[in-house]
Design a protein. Sequence first.
Length: 303
Amino acid sequence: MKIGILSRNPSLYSTRRLVEAGRDRGHEVRVIDALRCYMDINARTSAIHYKGENLTGYDAIVPRIGASVTFYGTAVLRQFEMMGVYPLNESVAISRSRDKLRSMQLLSRKGIDMPRTGFANKPGDIPDLISMIGQPPLVLKLLEGTQGIGVVLAETSKAAESVLQAFMGLKANIMVQEFIKEAGGADIRCFVIGDRVIAAMKRQAPEGEFRSNLHRGGSASLVRITPEERAIAVKAARTMGLNVAGVDLLRSARGPLIMEVNSSPGLEGVETATGKDVAGAIIRFIEKNAHARVNKSRTRGKG
């Protein structure tokens, strides 16, 4: 098979592992920078050019699109889809999951539990919004933030009001979530491929920090998840329409709560913590589904 990996940096761990896994299984694998692609869009034929070359003959495309280039990256991926190339994750599913508010609304519609979440547009609505979510501390999240950036823990209602007013003054979109104290600064990343959780790790925030992201100094370790956690992770990925997803959940007194569904989960942390060949599992999934052009976007047209 001829497999393209949409990635801006061939030296990134996840990109390198996917290239290695694909070549180890006898495939032709090439890393393609989405921002260097340009498209010929017309009613007769669709094409993508890359540094002067017409990209043809690809069987599958693996999107590793950074959050900062979501718009252009998904446009390139959509063009590959129009050309009949099998996408590991579809462009519509990636766009859906990247919109934090939209993804929370979709999960809510499917009855998937999450930290109680609020969103408002006007400063005058802030006091009622805060009382609606519950007692502080409260977690405030920029909708455009990634890897824990733009996430603030407000210890009091007054602090939450001040932060929300400041961000609204800057025309930034920010949502409010309840703080799950019993999680103890830890979350669980479930790595979903197809209809299975193939690996899971616990991410623990460092002392004095509530964000467990590995980029923020958190640590990762192997964890055994419950059947309930396994089922809710798969359901969350399916709701987004993602074939491959990193589903982050919190353990709470009322059961597992979905925090985020990531369409381009990193491989380094989970492979190191679990010792599993996640990259190889992704390539095997592509082998099974690419030629059949299996459409896994189960929520197409529904959000």
